[in-house]
Write a protein that binds this ligand. Structure first.
Ligand code: LLP
Length: 459
């Protein structure tokens, strides 16, 4: 345990409930938050055996480093926990050709939700029959491409799309396997879930209004559409099964109605993604095997009550596979004391490589990565370099008080929804994603350059 002789700096402005007392060891790496390959050697952070100072020298900053073994282990963990079910990695969390290959090699399916994500998957040679295409407004061109490629499932989201896909399937003389996305009236966030009677959102077919039942009728009428089952996605960063329980109850209810009305028992039930991860030590995500067991039990119980055969289950984790594998390295540029209130530590990235803090008030864990320090804890706000005061990377964090320009900071759990939501705000080239194995660091997606951006500007 390290002593902080001068006591925490700026402790008087501690935001209530957000950040507790400073940890006894500012350099500690909570294994819940950091990738399995993260460790300190003589105070310096190593990722998958790589000294972060070497990574920064070779790949620059900011950069997102993705621990391949961690990603694969989580993918494998999901496949094992959901054995007998289908696990689709949600590519929106982060997708590149290499990642698509990791997913394929670990035996998972892949959920893509745009023509762009579909293109990455196909370019990587991902088996098309293990792809599921999502989206509330897929274009005719995207649907055509999906059918031509032979994607395994199209998740239908609107009446217009049913007609569109049926016409395309007829034209191409194929039978498209589809799921109907049902809006079950449950929106789950972390620990609480809200049942919305009006189901006020753009995705799927409302169960309560009868739209979902009508979608089933229309799909069953089309020779070129094969209704494989139902789909629902209730939200993200969910830590327990309460929301899934309500969702499964309602979906199985609909399966029963479909059997009664049409005499068919649909074979698949996709419960979507949303399983949460630890961004900070305070987060307490459920163990995937426990979660899988509970979900299975819930569906089995509901089916037994409705006297239905248990359908094949599917889940679509994105964040829970990619998130913990990623660490962003930044270099500190300026350190500014705001009138004794708190210290603003500016790094060379920001809301262009991680919009989640600004957009969702997301909390992150951040440490001084390039050296050890015995300095006292200092209440800090890690901010970016963009022209906006909301450009915050980590809102509240204890950093050693001697943090200085040139230091490297590491932010954990940035593997999901950081690079995939990155922007060019302020004409900033987007950061690279570097894949780390014990033996090598390999650029998976290279850093954008000013030239890349200028190429789009036709003058
Ligand atoms: N399946 C469907 C149909 C989805 O819409 C999503 C996420 C997933 C699976 C994967 O969810 P996950 O397991 O990753 O939570 N940008 C937000 C997250 C948006 C998620 C949208 N849909 C964020 O940064 O937190």
């Amino acid at each position: 345990m390290r002593a902080h002789p001068a006591g925490p700096r700026h402790a008087e402005v501690l935001p209530v409930g957000r950040l507790g007392a400073p940890p006894s060891d500012l350099s500690a790496l909570d294994p819940k938050v950091w990738p399995a390959g993260a460790e300190r050697r003589e105070g310096v952070l190593y990722l998958a055996g790589h000294d972060v100072r070497d990574l920064a020298a070779e790949h620059g900053t900011p950069a997102i480093h993705l621990d391949e073994a961690d990603f694969r282990a989580r993918a494998r963990g999901y496949a094992a926990a959901f054995a007998g079910s289908d696990v689709f990695y949600a590519g929106k969390a982060f997708l590149s050709k290499a990642v698509a290959r990791w997913v394929a090699e670990e035996g998972l399916g892949l959920d893509v939700c745009t023509g762009g994500e579909l293109a990455v998957a196909l370019a990587a040679g991902f088996p098309p029959d293990r792809l599921a295409l999502h989206g509330n407004n897929k274009s005719t061109a995207e649907l055509r491409r999906a059918l031509e490629a032979g994607v395994g499932r199209v998740v239908l989201d609107s009446f217009a799309e049913i007609a569109r896909l049926a016409a395309l399937a007829e034209e191409l003389d194929v039978r498209a396997s589809v799921l109907i996305r049902v809006t079950v009236g449950v929106e789950a966030h972390t620990h609480e879930f809200i049942a919305t009677a009006h189901e006020d959102q753009k995705f799927g077919f409302s169960l309560a209004s009868g739209a979902a039942a009508e979608a089933v009728r229309r799909v069953l009428k089309h020779r070129n559409l094969d209704l494989a089952g139902l789909h629902s996605h209730i939200g993200s960063q969910i830590f327990d099964t309460a929301g899934f329980e309500v969702s499964a109850h309602r979906l199985v209810g609909l399966l029963g109605e479909i059997r009664d009305e049409h005499g068919v028992e649909l074979g698949e039930l996709d419960l979507g993604g949303g399983l949460g991860i630890a961004y900070t030590p305070e987060d307490d995500p459920a163990d995937v095997a426990v979660m899988a067991g509970e979900l299975r039990q819930i569906v089995e119980r509901e089916c037994a009550m409705s006297k239905l055969a248990v359908p094949r289950l599917a889940v679509e984790p994105g964040r829970a596979i990619a998130g913990p594998a990623g660490v962003t390295l930044y270099e500190v540029g300026t350190v500014k004391d705001a009138d004794g209130l708190r210290t603003y530590v500016s790094v060379d990235g920001g809301m262009s490589d991680n919009i989640r803090t600004a957009l969702y008030d997301a909390a992150y864990t951040c440490v001084l990565a390039s050296r050890e320090s015995d300095a006292e804890p200092m209440l800090s706000r890690v901010v970016g370099r963009h022209c906006e005061s909301g450009d915050v990377v980590v809102k509240d964090v204890w950093l050693p008080a001697d943090v200085a320009p040139g230091d490297l900071l590491a932010v954990a759990a940035t593997g999901a929804y950081c690079r995939s939501m990155a922007s060019n705000y302020n004409h900033t080239p987007r950061p690279p994603v570097v894949g780390l194995t014990a033996g090598a660091s390999r650029v998976l997606v290279r850093r954008e350059t000013e030239d890349d951006l200028m190429r789009l500007d036709l003058g």
